[in-house]
Design a protein around this ligand. Structure first.
Ligand SMILES: Nc1ncnc2c1ncn2[C@@H]1O[C@H](COP(=O)(O)OP(=O)(O)O)[C@@H](O)[C@H]1O
Ligand SMILES: [Mg+2]
Length: 374
């Protein structure tokens, strides 16, 4: 029997837990043509949630456009990515896709091919002789045009929005601001992690996207929702896990979706058919999980400077959170204040730590446990 707990990819209907309130909130926002910033640390389930909402929108009245910005690195690749997603969302058949792409994007030269799965896919040819910004404006107007022409509500999702803060200039941010402010039948969802970058982008007065979207932080999934989800999946395989043991699992993962699925996956694996989960199973599952993660943690550890390692281990031992570089902390770790700050900046930009409510936190819960056990 296939392990029912999935982690890593986008989870669809069969592996999707709860988020009922969030789905309703997002559906309402789509309906109202709102602009929303959905943010949370990595692997909290932003993409899975939004994709699920998009899938369930009735296609006769909505046109969803999902754009992943992960691989983009500047204005031009942003434009191409948006144009591609827009054309592919607007049409299903290859011939029509080509016609629509040519019509919508005056400055790009599209072609359409059929991919391995038999679906048409748009590519854009060599750079047209036009500057980046007019091209960008043209591309970002396309969802507005589609909303008008089709008489549908268009929902544009820009996933990994923090990427645009890393582009060489702020042309995308500025253009995006003017486009999302136009009254239109378009809802804009921005999805992002890396809190410090996102906060900068949307809460800093000097930035173009300042106050351009409502904030929608995504939290962990509550143990009350995980309990039936996990118990049912054990039961379907003739295995048993008590609510108490699920609660213990969720304490260790803090209900974080990725880690909860990962832990449940390993726990399910080591529990035999007909068996009931015991305390020992939990311990063994955590051991297995840390062993599986150990390789990537070692690679990360080896990429750090000595001061970064010292700071990180100090953080892990101090419960993973640190309000200030207190004298006690500095004395314990032997770091000078200036070195500690420099090390923290480096770890922050590498996404290893983030600013939490009370100071720096190691975002990855199991990295924290792995470090503490070193
Ligand atoms: N609603 C959910 N129910 C169950 N598991 C989830 C849910 N949302 C996320 N997950 C788990 O978290 C992992 C990461 O989800 P993803 O949507 O990629 O997060 P993000 O986009 O925030 O990085 C998934 O592979 C899955 O294991
Ligand atoms: Mg994602």
């Amino acid at each position: 029997m296939k392990n029912p707990f999935e982690y890593g990819g986008i989870v669809g209907q069969d592996a999707f837990c709860n988020r009922v309130v969030e789905q309703n909130d997002l559906r309402r926002a789509a309906d109202n043509g709102d602009r929303l910033l959905v943010y949370a640390e990595r692997r909290m389930g932003k993409t899975s949630l939004v994709r699920r909402v998009l899938e369930q929108l009735p296609i006769d009245s909505y046109l969803p456009i999902y754009i992943d910005l992960w691989t983009t690195n500047g204005t031009r690749s942003f434009s191409v990515q948006v144009a591609k997603a827009t054309a592919e969302a607007a049409e299903r058949r290859a011939e029509k896709m080509l016609v629509t792409a040519k019509d919508l994007f005056r400055y790009l030269t599209p072609s359409v091919s059929i991919d391995d799965t038999g679906n048409p896919s748009v590519q854009f040819g060599a750079r047209a002789a036009v500057a980046d910004v007019p091209q960008l404006e043209d591309v970002l107007q396309a969802p507005l045009k589609l909303a008008q022409r089709r008489k549908k509500k268009v929902v544009v999702v820009l996933d990994e929005i923090q990427r645009i803060a890393e582009y060489a200039d702020d042309a995308v941010e500025r253009t995006l601001r003017s486009v999302v402010q136009e009254p239109s039948g378009v809802a804009w969802f921005f999805l992002g992690s890396r809190k410090h970058l996102i906060q900068h982008m949307f809460s800093d007065k000097s930035r173009p996207l300042y106050r351009s979207a409502g904030h929608y932080p995504l939290e962990s999934i509550h143990v009350d929702d995980w309990t039936p989800f996990i118990q049912d999946r054990f039961k379907a395989a003739g295995k048993h896990v008590s609510a108490t043991h699920v609660a213990e699992l969720c304490t260790r993962t803090e209900g974080h979706p990725y880690y909860t699925q990962h832990f449940a996956h390993d726990l399910w694996e080591i529990t035999g058919a007909g068996e009931a989960v015991t305390e020992k199973h939990l311990v063994d599952a955590e051991y297995l999980l840390l062993r599986r993660l150990s390789h990537s943690y070692t690679v990360l550890w080896e990429s750090l400077t000595p001061n970064q390692r010292t700071l990180l281990r100090g953080l892990a031992l101090s419960d993973g959170s640190l309000s200030t570089f207190s004298a006690g902390f500095l004395a314990d770790t032997g770091l000078a204040a200036s070195s500690a700050h420099r090390a923290a900046e480096g770890l922050l930009s590498e996404d290893v730590i983030d600013r939490g409510p009370d100071g720096f936190v190691i975002t990855d819960r199991f990295l924290r446990r792995w470090l503490a056990a070193l």
